[in-house]
Design a binder for this molecule. Structure first.
Ligand SMILES: Cc1cc2nc3c(=O)[nH]c(=O)nc-3n(C[C@H](O)[C@H](O)[C@H](O)COP(=O)(O)OP(=O)(O)OC[C@H]3O[C@@H](n4cnc5c(N)ncnc54)[C@H](O)[C@@H]3O)c2cc1C
Length: 283
């Protein structure tokens, strides 16, 4: 199949892109890396009347450190984050997550902002944003800029808090100091596929005790699932392999995964049990 007819514009500034989008927001789509939108258009699952290609807008394709945060501009490609030299636990997590996104050609074109806007619950970047309570910045011509917390941003499968006339412009993550342990572990049937279940975790350990714990799991809900049970199991405990195993058990009990052709609910629970310790460096 080929896409239904559409108008195409390739503005060279964000203001211009917002103005074109404002002409008819409900029938217009932003084109970033095209790695999700173009297949959907080819299958006619999406039939936008107009595309606004943001690939010619300068200055929106690099991450940068801003005080104690890391701001990732919307068109930052997956490969840029795979190659980031950012030191510390955040750089480690970003490199690990990026390496698991699809295949090299997808990582070369696909973008961080596009992944969040697309909102697939199995997406590594949606999980990282949920895990670290990202602040997501969006702009519209009519209302200017606003910041949306990740907890409000991901609403349902392929549904975010973005309004039709908004463009996601950047995402800000906290820089994590060396007291944090971070990681991601996923299981996919073939290398490069979306994970059936993916576990991400970030734990702050001070003098042997867990003072903050974050766990976000993909493939068990319509959006990334923050496991309150796993987090509360680890919080305040001594940092050990045993507490990580207990947290994984608590998460496996807490999740209510779907059953589908990729795996039933019991299988996904088992994956949660197995993957959370691996995300935190435990066998
Ligand atoms: C074979 C294959 C395997 C893949 N495997 C994985 C995987 O393992 N993990 C994973 O995370 N992803 C995977 N992907 C998807 C890939 O990561 C995409 O790059 C990503 O989902 C979308 O980013 P994009 O920049 O390509 O967005 P696009 O495809 O250009 O856009 C996606 C959607 O987001 C909207 N959008 C894009 N940018 C913005 C913006 N700035 N503001 C508002 N709306 C915007 C578009 O209008 C569209 O609705 C895979 C894709 C393919 C084809």
């Amino acid at each position: 199949m080929k896409p239904s007819p559409f108008e195409y514009s390739a503005p060279t500034s964000m203001d211009e892109a917002l103005a074109v989008l404002a002409l008819d927001p409900d029938e217009t789509k932003i084109l970033a890396g095209g790695q999700s939108l173009i297949p959907m258009m080819n299958f006619r699952l999406a039939r936008p009347e107009r595309l606004v290609d943001i690939n010619r807008i300068p200055g929106i394709d690099q991450p940068e450190v801003e005080a104690d945060r890391y701001r990732i501009a919307t068109r930052t490609r997956h490969i840029t984050l795979q190659n980031t030299t950012l030191a510390g636990p955040l750089g480690h997590l970003l490199r690990q997550a990026a390496a698991r996104v699809g295949h090299l050609p997808i990582r070369t074109r696909g973008t961080f902002g596009g992944s969040l806007a697309h909102c697939d619950a199995a997406s590594e970047w949606c999980l990282v944003a949920s895990l670290l309570d990202a602040e997501i910045t969006a702009r519209s011509e009519a209302r200017g800029e606003r910041t949306i917390p990740a907890a409000e941003f991901f609403q349902a499968i392929f549904t975010t808090a973005l309004e039709p006339d908004e463009i996601l412009t950047s995402v800000s993550l906290p820089l994590l100091d060396d007291t944090w342990v971070t990681g991601i572990a996923e299981f996919a049937r073939r290398a490069g596929d979306f994970g059936i279940v993916t576990a991400t975790a970030a734990v702050k350990v001070v003098e042997g005790a867990v003072t903050e714990a974050r766990v976000s799991i993909g493939g068990v809900d319509e959006v990334p699932f923050r496991s309150a049970a796993a987090e509360s199991t680890m919080l305040g405990a001594s940092w050990s392999a045993e507490v990580v195993t207990e947290a994984a058990e608590a998460a496996a009990r807490e999740v209510q995964p779907p059953s589908d052709t990729h795996g039933d609910a019991a299988y996904r629970r088992d994956l949660v049990r197995a993957l959370l310790p691996r995300a935190l460096g435990q066998p």
